[in-house]
Ligand binder design. Structure first.
Ligand code: ATP
Length: 718
């Protein structure tokens, strides 16, 4: 996304194909909004400029047909949810009744009119009829209220059930996607469209409600129309007044400042002062910068720069929507809004003329004017709603299609067929790994991360991959784990192509510690147990893994021990707390909101040091890599000691050395030392290729780059 651009907050979830190119002047209109912002709006087709036509966006209906099989699948899925059809039936009945009420009310209003007419002509009122009609009207209003309430009562559990059903689907998709698929921006967009993160309702529910509402709106229209025509039959100029009111309300619905959200647009800024000002604002609000701001005595400079930028920009130093609002207010009203005003007055004028002509009918005409204008208004609103509903239904159908496509999304890394290992005993000596002329580029990257890499590690060996930052060490490990597949060349495991093995089997046979290890927003116990989900209940195994990873001591010192959450995933909600409230529910209160950081983000994570975090990640790897665990044959460690102190590093390597001969181990590291001296094989990488290969002694003897750096280091300790 372009710098400074806004995501479409609650805007149209467009399902359109194609591309929006701000530089395309034929398609895109550029407007400078104040000194700071540049707005790029898609030019509207000529048809869309005609009032009201924007609602009849035919393009939206084109894809409807393609979506139908997915809608059918949705219906079948909904049918499988417990008691869903029953609730749906009830909801349908209530909506049907609700849709008929306006017509019934209208009919009674017509009756009232007839009573007035008779009263004027005959100077008598049929009291009984009047009472019946009036009480029926009241009954209608009460029925409407009750039905509205019922509709809400039924829709809530229905929506909740449908939402829950699809949340499970969504979780499944999100959990099972592999790295290249998940990282693909198109897939990310597809997922966001299929399962919007900010929506409380599922698209399924919106569609169900939409379709039902569309039906009931159509019924409402037809019934209102038929009653209205009966009422108008006896009213002088009724049709004319109705038409005038109708056109007025249609025009007024086509508002002047058509919301940005219904269009395709983008906004950005290139204004250096505004960008700087925003950066300064962010820097002082972000706690991470506080130490440096204070220690570096930066505040005076920051303050004067901030003031300088504000002085230059003046009123324009504001976020896009604020400036846009101001800008919009300055636009001249549209033609539609200009003719709307006189049109609003016309029914009154017609009525007055008529009243002057026939003074005797004034009371009746007053009543009928009221009835006709209000009915015409309500009729036109219903009609507009119907158009809107049909439009959004086609969007919803397309989103349903997207959702099911996301549910069916297949992973980029194809699964193999052959079980691995053939027999469990074969793993007891480790796994052999061979790269044959492997080249690889990351999906979004143009340059090679590995070029023509070949090596062989035999079973039970300890191999260290050395090299500078970015030389390709981690990439080798990622390819062994089949997070990606090579672009060219072949990787062999136990002398067989890695692609032939079942992915789940292969990954079960290896344990990996990534350099950019993460912590799950779960308890420490779960964080370690996830290393071997099959034994997540085995507390002995978890504590053993924590001991091997060097984490058990500090975990036991934590107040909640293994149940401590490193990052609490659920936040507390509060507002208006008195200032003395420093903690709540046993956790520190976050006053981040005061600094304008937005939201009620809480400080609920336990702060551990980098080394402690790494020990937890190590423990997770040890869940499956202890000596007694025969199902693992390969251990991959990407910079396992980066954050460890020398003692912890020494202890770790000692433990790992014990595994030699029983498991194949591959380390990636920048460090020359104990580990490299003990390695069976060192691969020295530079700029995506292996430049040296051999044991410590062999490489020293060869006198290449490895020997040069080793000797440099040795001199440093002399
Ligand atoms: N996800 C990614 N997408 C695109 N390029 C990547 C990605 N990960 C790594 N690269 C690039 O691939 C090259 C090799 O990266 P790799 O992580 O394998 O290096 P490394 O030797 O492990 O570095 P370090 O010592 O810093 O960990 C680098 O140029 C890096 O910028």
């Amino acid at each position: 996304m372009a710098r400074g651009a806004h995501r479409r907050k609650g805007g149209i979830n467009t399902n359109r194909k194609g591309k929006f190119d701000p530089k395309d002047e034929n398609q895109v209109k550029h407007t400078k909004i104040g000194k700071v912002w540049e707005l790029y709006e898609e030019r509207q087709p000529e048809l869309a400029k005609i009032p009201f036509s924007a609602r009849l966006n035919f393009e939206r209906y084109l894809g409807l047909y393609d979506s139908l099989p997915f809608v059918w699948r949705m219906l079948k899925d909904i049918g499988s949810i417990r008691a869903c059809w029953l609730y749906l039936g009830l909801y349908l009945a209530v909506q049907l009744a609700l849709s008929l009420i306006p017509a019934v009310q209208l009919w009674y209003s017509g009756q009232l009119l007839t009573i007035v007419g008779t009263a004027i002509e005959q100077r008598t009122v049929d009291r009984q009829l009047l009472f019946r009609v009036a009480s029926s009207r009241v009954a209608c209003s009460i029925a409407d209220l009750i039905l509205q309430h019922l509709s809400k009562r039924i829709s809530r559990p229905l929506n909740a059930r449908i939402k829950q059903y699809y949340t499970v689907h969504m979780f499944n998709v999100m959990a099972r996607l592999d790295v290249p698929t998940y990282d693909d921006p198109l897939v990310q967009r597809q997922l966001e469209q299929a399962f919007p993160s900010n929506s409380r309702q599922t698209v399924i529910w919106r569609t169900v409600v939409g379709v039902i509402n569309m039906g009931s709106t159509a019924i409402m229209l037809l019934s209102q129309l038929s009653v209205l025509s009966t009422v108008l039959k006896n009213q002088q100029d009724g049709t004319l007044i109705a038409l005038l009111s109708f056109s007025h309300s249609i025009l007024s619905s086509n508002s002047d400042t058509q919301s940005l959200f219904t269009r395709v647009w983008a906004a950005t800024t290139h204004n250096a002062d505004f960008i700087k000002l925003s950066g300064l604002r962010k820097a002082v609000a972000e706690p991470a910068h506080r130490k440096e701001i204070v220690a570096g005595n930066m505040w005076e400079y920051m303050h004067s720069e901030y003031r300088r930028c504000i002085n230059i920009l003046g009123d324009d130093a504001a976020e896009f929507f604020d400036v846009y609002e101001l800008f919009n207010q300055k636009r001249f009203p549209s033609f539609a809004s200009i003719i709307r005003r006189p049109l609003q007055e016309l029914p009154q004028i017609v009525f007055t003329l008529r009243a002057v002509q026939y003074p005797a009918t004034i009371p009746l005409s007053l009543a009928s004017l009221n009835l006709i204008t209000s009915t015409a208004n309500s009729f036109s609103h219903t009609l507009l709603r119907l158009f809107e509903q049909t439009g959004s239904i086609s969007d919803n159908f397309a989103t349903i299609q997207k959702m099911y496509e996301a549910i069916n999304l297949s992973n980029r890394i194809p699964d193999g067929m052959v079980p691995y290992p053939e027999n469990q005993r074969s793993l007891q000596m480790g796994m052999s790994i061979e790269f044959r002329n492997v080249s690889f580029k990351y999906p979004e990257s143009k340059s090679y991360a590995l070029r023509n890499v070949s090596f062989k590690i035999v079973k039970g060996q300890l191999c260290v991959i050395l090299g500078q930052n970015g030389s390709g060490k981690s990439t080798v490990l990622k390819l062994i784990a089949r997070l990606y597949d090579p672009l060219e060349g072949q990787i062999l495991v136990d002398d067989q192509d890695i692609k032939t093995f079942k992915l789940a089997d292969l990954r079960r046979a290896m344990a990996i510690l990534f350099q950019e290890y993460t912590h799950f927003p779960l308890s420490i116990r779960e964080n370690i147990a996830l290393g071997d989900p099959g034994h997540s209940d085995d507390m002995d195994r978890i504590t053993q893994a924590a001991t091997l990873g060097g984490a058990s001591e500090f975990i036991e010192r934590l107040e909640e021990g293994y149940d401590t959450y490193l990052d609490r995933p659920v936040r507390d909600y509060y507002s208006g707390l008195p200032e003395g409230t420093m903690d709540l529910f046993g956790r520190a209160v976050s006053f981040g909101k005061i600094r304008g950081m937005g939201g009620m983000k809480s400080n609920e994570s336990t702060t551990l040091s980098g080394g402690q975090m790494q020990r937890i990640a190590l423990s997770r790897t040890f869940m499956r890599s202890s000596v007694s665990e025969p199902s693992v044959g390969l251990l991959l460690f990407d910079e396992p000691s980066a954050s460890l102190d020398p003692t912890a590093e020494h202890d770790l390597f000692e433990r790992l050395r014990l595994l030699r001969g029983q498991k194949t181990m591959i380390f990636s590291s920048h460090r020359f030392g104990n580990l490299t001296r003990n390695a069976d094989m060192i691969l020295y990488m530079h700029d995506s290729v292996i430049v040296e290969e051999g044991s410590h002694d062999a490489l020293l003897k060869a006198g290449g780059e490895y020997a040069r750096i080793w000797n440099l280091q040795a001199q440093a300790f002399l």
